[in-house]
Design a protein around this ligand. Sequence first.
Ligand SMILES: [Zn+2]
Length: 126
Amino acid sequence: MSATVTALDRPAAGLQSWIGPAIGSCCYEVGSEVAEKVAEASGRQVIVRGGGQRPHLDLILAAELQLASLGLESIQTLRVCTRCSSEWLWSYRREGAGVGRNLAFAWRTEISDVVERGESDRFPRT
Ligand SMILES: [Zn+2]
């Protein structure tokens, strides 16, 4: 995420982000070494103790914390677990290899600010 925010070459405070859906902490059990690496980059609060021996991770919170630490002020989250929502989302953890993919599209209807900066060629209208 840091590389993406840097590559956008804009003040981070003016960027908007949307996170989710993703596998929820209810279902995302990982090894302790994975949990520690994500916590190192995000904060310890992303590690959630599940009912079993292994830790669970809150990936949406991890992404939110990392984006906030980069300076983003507008972070929207959709806390829907892909594994628990079998009626409308695919999940590798639920269905295994060969599962479909979830896609999302985002766009702006007003590009006047891009045109004002003389960058309209970066975002062609097709
Ligand atoms: Zn779940």
